[in-house]
Design a protein around this ligand. Structure first.
Ligand code: TGC
Ligand code: FAD
Length: 397
């Protein structure tokens, strides 16, 4: 048998097609050569450079598993390998990409009219038009069904709605050209999807202030969406989708991407901790890596990363065959985010005091992974989704 590889303990690469391996290599090379050198300063400055999405677009990494409109049309596993490569550098960079690709492009692709797809998808695939996805509100995060944002027919302009309300914690909102906002029709209370084009909004009707001074995900820009009777044309409303199914269908793809992405972040923590443990000596001339307690930390983390990747591959394959259920996605999203966070926190201990220096990168991953465990359904919410499927009893309310 070939030798054991600590970087890929269960030989997951044997499960990838030639095309998937090539896409993974392209993404990993770009991320290590172009993103890694920028991330420390970007994180310190809480800065996101929109040029990153254009660079990703040039390489065909945006909306990669969508068909047509300039998108690559690759497998779900391949799209997961892209998120894994990006998140190996930083969850914030993956976040900006996930929102663009899975939530906004995915939503337009699934629910948009032919005109909306033609108008937005090719430029979004190139990273020339940037998107944001507004579901969460100040008073309603885990329970988006209780949202307060409303849409009512424009009193004087036929064929238009007026949107009113606020969305918060919205990735990319301050830099987005198009904002996919989920709101309730005032008349019926039904949730519908609206595509707001910033260029069409009269002054004072749309504001997207940034949320500053975050202690995680600092390399991604986050903000609010404030709507003050913002006019949206009927042509920009998704015609055939009503209720929470719309946003949740987009979330299924993004949650999948996170399940593979967080494994990239964990793998980077393992690699950094292993290197540090081999170099740092304490007690006589022994490297930390010689101590059994340190070895166990590395063994636990490598096991969880290897299992997490395998589970994500399985769910990705089922998704492409149309056999993946939302509960499967909840399971890999919850498990991989939880295990990435727990292991990253333990591996951080190996760095001793140096863990506190941002130069070592480990603290950044730990802070980011807390966010991944929180957004797109906090882990306890995914526990309840699974619990409901296991028992048949709903425990949310
Ligand atoms: P519930 O009764 O469960 O469902 C309502 C309707 O939606 C359907 N549905 C789904 N459809 C497709 N995929 C899924 N995953 C679905 N989940 C539910 C369901 O079938 C039903 O359809 P119908 O036809 O009967 O109307 O609704 P509920 O209100 O009881 O929901 C409860 C709960 C907790 C499951 C749900 O609200 C939830 O998942 N909450 C978590 C909220 C969340 O994930 N927010 C994400 C915001 S976006 C974000 O965080 C982006 S971060 C991006 C980044 O930066 O990377
Ligand atoms: P709450 O819903 O108030 O929950 C707080 C805690 O209570 C959680 O631990 C939760 O699990 C727990 N809890 C809630 N209800 C129950 C229950 N019934 N039983 C047991 N426990 C419960 N949203 C978007 O729409 N678009 C975005 O682009 C986006 N990007 C984000 C970027 C960042 C950096 C962050 C931090 C968040 C982002 N979000 C986005 C919002 C994110 O999806 C929400 O923060 C998340 O869904 C949780 O909602 P909440 O913060 O309101 O927490």
């Amino acid at each position: 048998a070939p030798p054991f590889k600590w970087e890929d303990p269960l030989a997951s690469t044997t499960l990838f097609t030639e095309e998937e391996l090539a896409i993974s290599e392209t993404a990993e090379r770009y991320c290590q050569e172009q993103l890694l050198p920028r991330v420390l300063q970007a994180y310190r400055d809480e800065h996101y450079d929109p040029a990153i999405l254009r660079e990703m677009g040039e390489l065909g990494l945006l909306g990669a598993n969508l068909e047509g409109y300039g998108c690559a049309g690759v497998s779900t596993v391949a799209s997961g390998l892209i998120t894994r490569a990006v998140e190996r550098v930083d969850s914030g960079y993956r976040s900006a990409m996930s929102v663009q690709s899975s939530l906004v492009m995915g939503g337009i692709h699934a629910f948009g009219t032919a005109e909306l797809k033609e108008k937005y998808l090719p430029d979004m695939a190139k990273g020339k038009v940037l998107g944001a996805f507004g579901l969460t509100e100040p008073n309603h995060g885990s329970d988006p069904g209780s949202m307060e944002t409303t849409a009512r027919p424009h009193p004087s302009k036929t064929g238009y709605f007026l949107l009113r309300g606020a969305k918060t914690w919205i990735t990319n909102s301050p830099i987005a050209d198009v904002l996919m906002v989920w709101a309730k029709l005032q008349e019926t209370g039904k949730i519908r999807g609206f595509l707001i084009d910033r260029r069409d909004c009269p002054p004072g009707t749309l504001d997207t202030p940034p949320i500053k001074n975050k202690n995680g995900l600092r390399a991604s820009i986050t903000g609010m969406i404030q709507l003050d009777d913002c006019p949206v044309a009927e042509a920009n409303v998704f015609p055939d989708i009503e209720g929470l199914k719309g946003p949740f269908a987009c979330l299924n793809s993004a949650r999948y991407g996170i399940s593979m992405g967080t494994m990239g972040a964990l793998e980077d923590c393992i690699s950094r901790a292993r290197t540090y443990a081999l170099e740092r000596k304490q007690f006589k001339d022994n490297p930390l890596a010689k101590y059994q307690l340190v070895q166990k930390k590395l063994a636990d983390a490598a096991t969880d990363a290897a299992y997490g990747v395998l589970a994500a591959i399985q769910v990705g394959r089922l998704k492409d065959e149309g056999k993946a259920t939302p509960e499967m996605i909840s399971m890999v999203k919850r498990q991989n985010c939880d295990r990435a966070l727990v292991n990253a926190r333990v591996l951080q201990e190996i760095f001793g005091g140096n863990a506190v220096s941002d130069e070592y990168g480990i603290g950044r991953h730990v802070a980011n992974l807390f966010v991944t465990q929180t957004y797109e359904g906090q882990s306890d919410i995914h526990s309840l989704i699974l619990g409901r499927a296991i028992t048949g009893i709903q425990a949310f309310a």
